[in-house]
Write a protein that binds this ligand. Structure first.
Ligand SMILES: O=C1O[C@H](COP(=O)(O)O)[C@@H](O)[C@H](O)[C@H]1O
Length: 232
């Protein structure tokens, strides 16, 4: 699928434009199907976008928000993507959205992933919107190079759902939606910021193994076109 590259002069400009784009897609989903879904990434990049989106007036009660991936940490951890979303997106107008977490206080991450798969299966597929990020190592979601279940996570025939991932660069064990659950989102965005990530993106767009830079799976094989949003 083709990618489009949308460059902005600043992170603030990007946040405003991406929030407009996502709010419009959610409104379209509500108009067409009565409800809409949004899967967002964590990390350090999306805060300004979350703040901009949270102020958009739309029928948030009909929107389900979930995470593309999560660390196996409780929501009061400063490493929690759930916490990031609660503090920055589920505010203002968006406080009325329904949030489905991936973390569950289970005995181990495998049980938590099974619970997350069951709960998120109630969200109609495909997602209306999925916002991916990308790490400096070329990971997206929790598809890490060298990840314990990377091949399974990236395989097109792995069912939609949440699986576990451990990797040297990942810190805590992870919970991540599979590639099959993300690649057909009606609006599929890759949100990256900084010159360093632009360089990583260029490397990912060159030849090489998907397993070395898992973002390649999205850039090469996603069913939906990938809209890249970048600012310096
Ligand atoms: O581990 C993660 O990292 C990526 C990228 O994060 P960033 O801090 O470089 O923006 C993120 O997309 C993912 O959701 C997160 O769990």
């Amino acid at each position: 699928m083709p990618t489009t590259f949308n460059a902005f002069a600043s992170g603030a400009e990007l946040a405003g434009a991406l929030a407009e784009r996502v709010a419009a897609a959610l409104r379209d989903g509500i108009a067409a199907r009565g409800a809409a879904s949004l899967a967002v990434s964590g990390g350090s990049t999306p805060k300004a976008f979350f703040a901009a989106l949270s102020g958009h007036a739309l029928d948030w009660q009909k929107v389900t928000v979930t995470l593309v991936d999560e660390r196996f940490v409780p929501p009061d951890s400063d490493r929690s993507n759930h916490r990031l979303v609660a503090e920055n997106l589920l505010q203002s107008e968006a406080a009325r959205a329904h949030f489905v977490p991936l973390y569950h206080p289970a005995e181990n991450v495998e049980i938590a992933a099974a619970e997350a798969s069951i709960e998120t299966a109630a969200i109609a597929a495909p997602f209306d919107v999925a916002i991916l990020g990308m790490g400096g190592d070329g990971h997206t979601a929790s598809f890490f190079p060298g990840g314990s279940r990377l091949s399974e996570a990236l395989a097109a025939d792995t069912p939609r759902g949440v699986i576990t991932m451990t990797a040297e660069g990942a810190g805590e064990p992870r919970l991540t939606f599979t590639f099959s659950a993300l690649n057909d989102a009606r609006l599929l965005v890759l949100h990256i910021e900084g010159e360093a990530k632009k360089t990583v993106l260029a490397a990912a767009q060159a030849e090489g193994e998907e397993t070395e830079m898992p973002i390649r799976a999205v850039l090469r094989r996603a069913i939906s076109p990938v809209e890249i949003y970048w600012a310096p």
